[in-house]
Design a protein around this ligand. Sequence first.
Ligand code: FAD
Ligand code: 2HG
Ligand code: ZN
Length: 475
Amino acid sequence: RGHDAAPTRRPFSRVTTEDIGFFSELLPGRTVTDPDVLEACNVDWLKSVKGSSEVLLRPQTTEEVSRILRYCNERNLAISPQGGNTGLVGGSVPVFDEIILSTALMNKILAFDGLSGILTCQAGCVLENLSQYVEERDFVMPLDLGAKGSCHIGGNVSTNAGGLRLLRYGSLRGTVLGLKVVLADGRILDCLAKLRKDNTGYDMKQLFIGSEGTLGVITAVSILCPRKPKSVNVALLGCSSFQNLLETFQICRGMLGEILSAFEFLDASCMSLVEKHLKLINPITESPFYIVIETAGSNSAHDEEKLHSFLEKVMASSLVADGTVATDDAKIKALWSIRERITEALRHDGYTYKYDISLPLEKIYDLVTDMRAHLGNRARNIVGYGHVGDGNLHLNVTSPAKDAALLAAIEPYVYEWTQKWRGSVSAEHGLGLKKRNYIYYSKSPEAVRLMKDFKTMLDPKGILNPYKTLPDDGC
Ligand code: FAD
Ligand code: 2HG
Ligand code: ZN
């Protein structure tokens, strides 16, 4: 089953006027049937998939979510949970007429402990708002990503989003300490622990992290925030080859050690796209590859000394051809924009085929090089960028419009390539609608069968985000 394989509508009930009546009574003024509002929620951020839902529900509390799900489960009505709708795999919008359950009004901060740094909030809090809130209290969120202005923490947890700080603070599987989740039949599972350590049996919250709304609706999150670093430096460096970039990474880890907080890369094609479509300025000499390094520490003199000896070493050995360092906020932001806004630039470049691949570090750019040779001039642009520190490549292929022949040339080639090196076909974006049928390239049939068993146990009628994450077949 290919990228565009359309699923068949399952025999869920259709929303009736009685259903609308029930929801309107439960959520007065927050049961939306206005086609103009629904239009935006039915389409994903990439404008690549579109549903036809006629109802948007905007609960404010866990209790309301519970009553919605209990009702939908009894009525056999399907639900598509939605946060900021910035997901990149078609997971956040309905495929057919599933009811959209938005967390947009679940945006309250519930508690912040200034001693431990543990933040507890509702699932619909926008990541950037949380960052601002904890930064005012001298802490930072353990995750950061280009979609921060729109994405919700519940969406981040549901996709197990990685982002730009994972290298330093680790994945949400470690920093999320607790969750409150509503199950398909309306039961409320309160695992909103605020403990660093808790080995009382199975860690139930892990099941919901990265499950893309298929096992339950997350309504609240508690998350461990690190202290805000006193000193931050960002460097943009140019490298003449990917081999030089990898050697620079090795030296960087050794010399910057505990202050290294990000090591990201982009190739020259990405730089051209942000220059062309977003009018961003490349402040250094053109190079085949660029690195964005961030240091975050507690002593600016110590951090700058370390950073400068590292830069001297990599420039003296010609691993790095040119570079610039930023210490003030405006320049730091400008350098980060070059990396963070590539996804936006790609959207301007045409229809985009996205691949979010984990590979052994030494292989990550070979996939881009091989794809260029394989596709020849059939694509508009073939670019590579991503999280070097995490072994995560973002391979993107653009074309003037949707192109079935181009797609057939990319897939399954890209997945076979990834499988050969025992990589992952979804490093951090999830499987959603678009990648669900490629799961076997990275997971064994036994593991997928167990996933299906969990799904059946927790959502026997399959009402939660149908057609997403799990493959269509009956394996
Ligand atoms: P949505 O898109 O609304 O939903 C995503 C999935 O989670 C869907 O399956 C949805 O059904 C489910 N869901 C949402 N909320 C809930 C809930 N409360 N309970 C249960 N299920 C729920 N990802 C990365 O990992 N790293 C990045 O660096 C990164 N950068 C990005 C940059 C840009 C410009 C964009 C557009 C996206 C980027 N992403 C990145 C993709 C990433 O998946 C999302 O940005 C983010 O994690 C999704 O949050 P959201 O609130 O928008 O969720
Ligand atoms: C990033 O790292 C995001 O910028 C988006 O994960 C990647 O658009 C992409 O392919
Ligand atoms: Zn990414």
